[in-house]
Write a protein that binds this ligand. Sequence first.
Ligand SMILES: *[C@@H]1O[C@H](CO)[C@@H](O)[C@H](O)[C@H]1NC(C)=O
Ligand SMILES: *[C@@H]1O[C@H](CO)[C@@H](O)[C@H](O)[C@H]1NC(C)=O
Ligand SMILES: *[C@@H]1O[C@H](CO)[C@@H](O)[C@H](O)[C@H]1NC(C)=O
Ligand SMILES: *[C@@H]1O[C@H](CO)[C@@H](O)[C@H](O)[C@H]1NC(C)=O
Ligand SMILES: *[C@@H]1O[C@H](CO)[C@@H](O)[C@H](O)[C@H]1NC(C)=O
Ligand SMILES: *[C@@H]1O[C@H](CO)[C@@H](O)[C@H](O)[C@H]1NC(C)=O
Ligand SMILES: *[C@@H]1O[C@H](CO)[C@@H](O)[C@H](O)[C@H]1NC(C)=O
Ligand SMILES: *[C@@H]1O[C@H](CO)[C@@H](O)[C@H](O)[C@H]1NC(C)=O
Ligand SMILES: *[C@@H]1O[C@H](CO)[C@@H](O)[C@H](O)[C@H]1NC(C)=O
Ligand SMILES: *[C@@H]1O[C@H](CO)[C@@H](O)[C@H](O)[C@H]1NC(C)=O
Ligand SMILES: *[C@@H]1O[C@H](CO)[C@@H](O)[C@H](O)[C@H]1NC(C)=O
Ligand SMILES: *[C@@H]1O[C@H](CO)[C@@H](O)[C@H](O)[C@H]1NC(C)=O
Length: 452
Amino acid sequence: MWCKLWFFGAISVLASIVRASDDDVVYCNSTAGACPDDMPCCSQYGVCGSGSYCLGGCDPRYSYNLTACMPMPICKDSQTIFNNYSSKMKSQYSYLGDAEANAWIYDGHVLDDTDDEALILAMPKDSSTLMSSTRYMWYGKVSARMKSSHRAGVVTAFILFSSVQDEVDYEFIGSNLTNVQTNYYFEGGLNWTHSTNVSTTNTFDNYHDYEVDWHEDHISWIVDGEVARTLYKNTTYNATSGDYDFPQTPSRVQFSLWPGGANTSSYWTKVWAGGEIDWNASDIQDPGYYYARLQSVNITCYDPPAGTTKNGSNAYKYVNRKNFTLSGVEFTDDTTVMGSLADTGFDPDEGKSSSSSASSTSSRKSTTQSANHKKTSTTSTATGDAAAASTSDSSASSEGQTGFVQNMQSTSGAKTGSSTQNSTGGAASFSVGSNTLMHILAVVVGLASAIV
Ligand SMILES: *[C@@H]1O[C@H](CO)[C@@H](O)[C@H](O)[C@H]1NC(C)=O
Ligand SMILES: *[C@@H]1O[C@H](CO)[C@@H](O)[C@H](O)[C@H]1NC(C)=O
Ligand SMILES: *[C@@H]1O[C@H](CO)[C@@H](O)[C@H](O)[C@H]1NC(C)=O
Ligand SMILES: *[C@@H]1O[C@H](CO)[C@@H](O)[C@H](O)[C@H]1NC(C)=O
Ligand SMILES: *[C@@H]1O[C@H](CO)[C@@H](O)[C@H](O)[C@H]1NC(C)=O
Ligand SMILES: *[C@@H]1O[C@H](CO)[C@@H](O)[C@H](O)[C@H]1NC(C)=O
Ligand SMILES: *[C@@H]1O[C@H](CO)[C@@H](O)[C@H](O)[C@H]1NC(C)=O
Ligand SMILES: *[C@@H]1O[C@H](CO)[C@@H](O)[C@H](O)[C@H]1NC(C)=O
Ligand SMILES: *[C@@H]1O[C@H](CO)[C@@H](O)[C@H](O)[C@H]1NC(C)=O
Ligand SMILES: *[C@@H]1O[C@H](CO)[C@@H](O)[C@H](O)[C@H]1NC(C)=O
Ligand SMILES: *[C@@H]1O[C@H](CO)[C@@H](O)[C@H](O)[C@H]1NC(C)=O
Ligand SMILES: *[C@@H]1O[C@H](CO)[C@@H](O)[C@H](O)[C@H]1NC(C)=O
């Protein structure tokens, strides 16, 4: 549910790619197929590119080949207290894969709540926010102390999400603050029947501890220390495929706040989200945004599946083009870090080794800008400029990037994409409208030039 509906992020990612016409956007999915070699990475939103597209969430199923996506930083035990933490977080548009330097990245708006000693995920009008761990967990226990947002149409989520879209969810619907939904997906397959409800006290007013205890053979959802649900792998066997339809691949920890009740959402999505969102609600008047609060997140790593091949200890990577279950994942010592936002898993250091000369900068641009691949040519790219800015001065670029995201989102009202829906189950999928993309890209290019 979460991944299919969180479409604002898709727009942000698309916008970061290149200055391009509609024809330049290349999709990757089970029907469109895999990405071409000049923009080889399939993002979690099903769009081809390089740079950020090859990092977290890069989908090996529809990327050019198994080398395109960067390896996934390995699990590491951690305790994060999100007090006065926002300045330590990097925008996902400037992150290059160094999980040691950046434990959490974000897209949207994060702020500090000094009274609550918490991180605020904020959602001003017509926007959304996603934050993600940079490391992957395979398997482990993750605990989050948080308060959800509230009101109709406002969805808060705490999930585990893998690059092949295995997913383990907590979802908070703002119209029902005494109920938390749990859910799971295997390789992105929608099945509305996997959701359950957990009853608790007001999730907006009170901090609760939400935990996912993920083992090879079972997953438990634990709220305030009480097991609310356990899913056993052995109950998920699919005789047709011979696989267990059970989340089983390395996953990042993500938190998001998004408008399920946006007027562009489908009928069933709005119903699920508790109705249409009110963008004039008191939260929007003061403090100016809907918000959820996060105080701490602790991660304890468990062992990978017995029999996993360990050719290193730095990262996980998919090694079997035909099998994206747990048996297709190995350990590697390959780097997780790219030299620039124009690089890919083919040659992660390409940008770094060539970043000192002007001519190589332009060659880097053309790599990213390979949207030319279709037919239209362009003269400059947002990503190329942003990448140059971010490699030369990370603090300046991170400010620039934040401004860019905010500006984009503050003007994104009419551009939330179209949705498709049918009455069979409440599942929905979104696609980004062409004019929408054009408009956003234009805004982004303008901003990128302003930054540089
Ligand atoms: C796959 O990509 C095509 C564009 O080539 C798009 O029309 C279609 O909606 C996508 N399918 C899914 C399931 O996202
Ligand atoms: C993937 O393609 C790239 C670029 O063509 C090539 O360098 C790399 O060796 C390929 N990897 C695999 C596993 O085929
Ligand atoms: C918050 O963090 C910043 C950057 O790390 C630091 O400069 C500042 O003093 C901190 N503020 C408080 C109130 O701790
Ligand atoms: C995470 O660990 C810290 C340090 O041990 C602790 O103070 C905090 O309560 C823990 N948070 C959760 C959600 O378990
Ligand atoms: C919240 O959801 C639970 C579970 O479906 C339901 O029992 C309860 O009545 C709902 N509360 C409100 C206020 O809608
Ligand atoms: C959804 O999952 C249930 C239980 O796991 C299963 O019985 C059902 O066949 C699934 N539906 C589809 C459409 O796959
Ligand atoms: C969970 O609660 C929601 C909202 O109250 C309701 O629509 C849904 O049917 C419930 N799901 C289950 C599995 O009971
Ligand atoms: C599934 O596994 C659990 C725990 O390992 C066990 O208790 C249960 O009996 C198993 N169920 C089936 C249907 O095999
Ligand atoms: C079993 O797997 C097949 C192929 O992946 C899929 O089409 C089908 O929906 C799955 N069945 C269930 C009951 O989930
Ligand atoms: C993937 O590998 C596992 C273990 O070898 C096997 O049980 C499963 O059937 C394979 N799945 C596919 C889709 O090939
Ligand atoms: C949707 O809401 C936005 C403001 O949030 C508004 O600008 C737009 O006109 C609305 N679109 C429709 C189709 O109602
Ligand atoms: C409804 O959704 C199902 C599953 O996603 C899809 O196969 C079917 O074509 C859809 N029907 C309509 C009318 O969109």
